[in-house]
Design a protein around this ligand. Structure first.
Ligand SMILES: Cc1cc2nc3c(=O)[nH]c(=O)nc-3n(C[C@H](O)[C@H](O)[C@H](O)COP(=O)(O)OP(=O)(O)OC[C@H]3O[C@@H](n4cnc5c(N)ncnc54)[C@H](O)[C@@H]3O)c2cc1C
Length: 245
C-alpha cells in the first residue's frame, strides 16, 4: 500500500507530491487527463520567469522535478474512492480507476480540478457553485474525513498557478505532519548552518559544502539550458466548447 495517492497531476498535485516524496513518503500521482494550465498561452505571473514561460514547458519541468523526488505516475481516471474497511480509516483507502487495477493508499489528496465525483462515497463535504463542485477543507487542505485532503482549485483556492502550487505544497506538508515521517523543514543549508552552532541537522534538512553546492548548481544550469534550448513543441489546448478547424 502507498503512503499517499494524489489524484491529479496538475500544478497543485505535483507540488504536493514533490513535498511528500522528498519527506520519504511513497507517493503515487494518478492522472486521467490534462492539467488546465495546458490551456494557457503564456504564463506571465508565475514568480521566477521575468518574461513569462510556456506553460506546457513549465508543467514538464514540474513533472521532471517530481520524478527526481521519487514520485511514481500512473495514467487513469479515478472513478471511486472508499475506505478499505468501513470502521477504521487508518487502514487506508482504495481507489478504483477506469480500466486499471484498484490503487490502495493510507492517505488520499484530491487535486483533480474539476472532478470530485469519485469522493461521493467518502462524504467529504462538497460545495456546489453553478455546475462546479469544490471540496470543503480546513486551511491546510484536510477534509472532515481523516486521511483525505484536497488541494488547489478543487479546494476552492483562487484560480492561479502559483496559488495552486503553494496550496499543493501546504497540503503536502499537512500529509507529512499527519504521517509518521520524521520531519522539520525541507531545507538545504550551507555546511555549518546548524552544526556550526553545535546543533544537530534537523530531520529532512541537509547541510552541503561548497563543492557540492557548485556541483548541484552546474547540474541545475545544465537541466535548464537543455529545457529552454528549443521552442516547446506543443500548442495550448483550446476550450472544449470552441469549435476546432
Ligand atoms: C485558458 C487558461 C489560462 C490560464 N492562465 C493562467 C495564467 O496566466 N496565470 C495563472 O496563474 N493561472 C492561469 N490559469 C489558471 C491555472 O491554470 C489554474 O488555476 C491552476 O493550474 C489549477 O491547478 P490545479 O492543480 O488545481 O488543477 P489542474 O491543473 O486542472 O489539475 C487537475 C488534474 O486532475 C486531473 N483529474 C481530474 N479528474 C481526475 C480524476 N477523476 N482522476 C484522475 N485525474 C483527474 C486532470 O486531468 C488534471 O490534470 C489559466 C487557466 C486557463 C483555463
Amino acid at each position: 500500500m502507498r503512503d499517499v495517492c494524489i489524484v491529479g497531476g496538475g500544478v497543485s498535485g505535483l507540488a504536493a507530491s514533490i513535498f511528500t516524496a522528498r519527506a520519504g513518503l511513497d507517493t503515487l500521482v494518478v492522472d486521467g487527463g490534462e492539467p488546465i494550465l495546458a490551456r494557457n498561452a503564456s504564463l506571465e505571473n508565475y514568480p521566477g520567469f521575468p518574461d513569462g514561460v510556456d506553460a506546457r514547458r513549465y508543467l514538464q519541468l514540474v513533472r521532471e522535478q517530481a520524478g527526481t523526488a521519487g514520485v511514481e505516475f500512473e495514467l487513469g481516471r479515478v472513478t471511486r474512492a472508499e475506505p478499505i474497511t468501513e470502521t477504521a480509516l487508518e487502514d487506508g483507502f482504495v481507489l478504483e480507476t477506469d480500466g486499471g487495477e484498484p490503487l490502495e493508499a493510507r492517505r488520499v489528496v484530491a487535486a483533480s480540478w474539476s472532478d470530485s465525483d469519485y469522493l461521493v462515497p467518502l462524504d467529504v463535504g462538497r460545495l456546489q457553485r453553478g455546475s462546479k463542485h469544490f471540496v470543503d477543507t480546513d486551511d491546510a487542505g484536510r477534509t472532515v474525513v481523516d486521511g483525505v485532503y484536497a488541494a488547489g482549485r478543487l479546494a476552492n483556492e483562487p484560480h492561479q498557478a502559483i496559488v495552486a502550487a503553494g496550496h499543493g505544497a501546504k497540503v503536502g506538508l499537512a500529509v507529512i505532519h499527519d504521517s509518521e515521517a520524521n520531519f522539520y523543514h525541507d531545507w538545504v543549508a550551507p555546511a555549518g548552518y546548524f552544526t556550526g552552532r553545535g546543533r544537530d541537522i534537523p530531520p529532512a534538512c541537509e547541510e552541503i559544502d561548497d563543492d557540492e553546492r557548485q556541483r548541484r548548481d552546474e547540474q541545475a544550469r545544465q537541466t535548464m539550458l537543455e529545457a529552454f534550448a528549443e521552442p516547446f513543441d506543443a500548442e495550448p489546448t483550446m476550450h472544449p466548447s470552441v469549435a476546432q478547424e
